[in-house]
Design a protein around this ligand. Structure first.
Ligand code: GLA
Length: 384
């Protein structure tokens, strides 16, 4: 609570310095970590996802003209644009998430108000915890509050995803924006990417979720992401379905021979991973340690051997995690290729787990990881 008050004081101070006034509106949107379901979203499968306490804030004050002026405390940079002429900013790329959201909202007929704003984020940048989606979703929330209209959270997520796909030019699925918009405090979400419905999943008391950021470079992520999408599309086409979600594991094993071997590996991973989402949701509700261990190991091994989104640091990290006290299971998170991993840990052991992972990972690889225990936070909204 105190740290939130402190954060608010700091942001207000920066706002006063930049814009010589006080903010009248405060909004926030969280980052996310996927607990199971790597790359299943764009295959219209399931994901078990958790909105986390790290979030992005915008403190805002409406303007009487049609400009949006923003300062980001994280990057120490400013950028502004007019709502009447929205073009990408080639210098301040972070601003394109804001511009993109403004553009798609206007294209859908929403009336937008200009504003001055200060952005402050505790979502680590470029770690695979969806700092981009958090910025998109908090931006939509600011426009919503200033415009006096209301979007339901699923529509808001889809519009923010569209901003990222069409304006920023990143061909992501809906997972990140959905989690940031539709999250509920205290619950993970079991998301069905085919009909965009979700249901809350409460983890059994005593299960801690810990994110381990490898702090290794994630260079390949962009281009390889596109290749994986293309492989899945080809698999679906050859199997005669719109998306891999339409194929059950049993049918896949029968028909895998129809596919080139590389494509078959990708499809196998996605089809099995989507099933694991349902199984892990049950295991986490029933505190089934054996199932948690087995399912996370299968997910990690599949990501490495079938979907091939692993890098050596991930192998080092998973070993450090699984040997640490209290570890029940560990796997990749986000798109893979480095970034963050996620572990399920006996809650009473979280501190010891973190200390052991820090030491083991650093000893093997000479990079200091960031370790964050996380709890499920609420989705995007105003801060009162
Ligand atoms: C990134 C994308 C998501 C999803 C994950 C992998 O976070 O933005 O849409 O595809 O990778 O599960």
């Amino acid at each position: 609570m105190n740290s939130q008050r402190h954060r608010r004081g700091q942001v207000a101070e920066v706002f006063r310095h930049r814009f010589h006034d006080r903010p009248t509106l405060w909004c926030r949107a969280p980052g996310r970590v996927d607990l199971m379901g790597s790359h299943t979203d764009y295959n219209l499968g399931y994901v078990l996802t958790l909105p986390i306490g790290c979030d992005t804030w915008i403190a805002a004050r409406p303007r009487t003209d049609r400009s949006v002026r923003l300062y980001t405390m994280n990057l120490g940079a400013e950028s502004g644009f007019s709502l009447d002429r929205i073009a990408p900013d080639s210098q301040q790329r972070w601003n394109n998430y804001v511009r993109g959201v403004a553009q798609v909202l206007q294209a859908d007929g929403f009336k937008l108000t200009g504003f001055d704003g200060v952005i402050h984020s505790t979502v680590p940048l470029s770690s695979g915890l969806s700092s981009s989606a958090a910025l998109e979703c908090v931006t939509a929330t600011v426009f919503e509050a200033l415009g006096g209209w209301k979007l339901d959270s699923v529509r808001k997520a889809v519009l923010c995803q569209r901003a990222e796909n069409q304006f920023v030019g990143v061909n992501c699925g809906v997972l990140d924006q959905y989690t940031s918009c539709a999250g509920q405090e205290g619950c993970a979400l079991l998301l069905d990417c085919r009909d965009l419905s979700s249901r809350p999943v409460k983890l059994a008391p005593g299960i801690g979720v810990v994110i381990c950021d490898m702090r290794s470079k994630r260079e390949l992520a962009g281009s390889e992401y596109g290749r994986r999408r293309a492989d899945c599309k080809e698999g679906a086409r050859r199997l005669g379905v719109k998306a891999l979600r339409e194929i059950s594991p049993a049918e896949f094993y029968r028909r895998a021979g129809e596919l080139p071997s590389g494509v078959a590996k990708r499809c196998q991973f996605i089809i099995e991973e989507s099933e694991r989402v349902l199984d892990l949701a049950a295991a986490l509700q029933h505190f089934d340690r054996a199932a948690i261990r087995r399912l996370t190991a299968e997910s990690f091994d599949g990501a490495r051997d079938l979907y091939e989104i692993s890098v050596p640091a991930m192998q080092t990290m998973v070993q450090a995690m699984m040997q640490a006290p209290g570890a029940m299971g560990a796997r990749q998170a986000g798109a893979g290729f480095g970034g963050c991993m996620v572990a399920f840990v006996e809650e009473a052991q979280v501190k010891n787990f973190a200390a052991a992972v820090r030491e083991a990972y650093f000893t093997s690889i000479r990079i200091k990881p960031e370790i964050y225990p996380v709890a499920a936070a609420a989705g995007a909204g105003t801060i009162t």
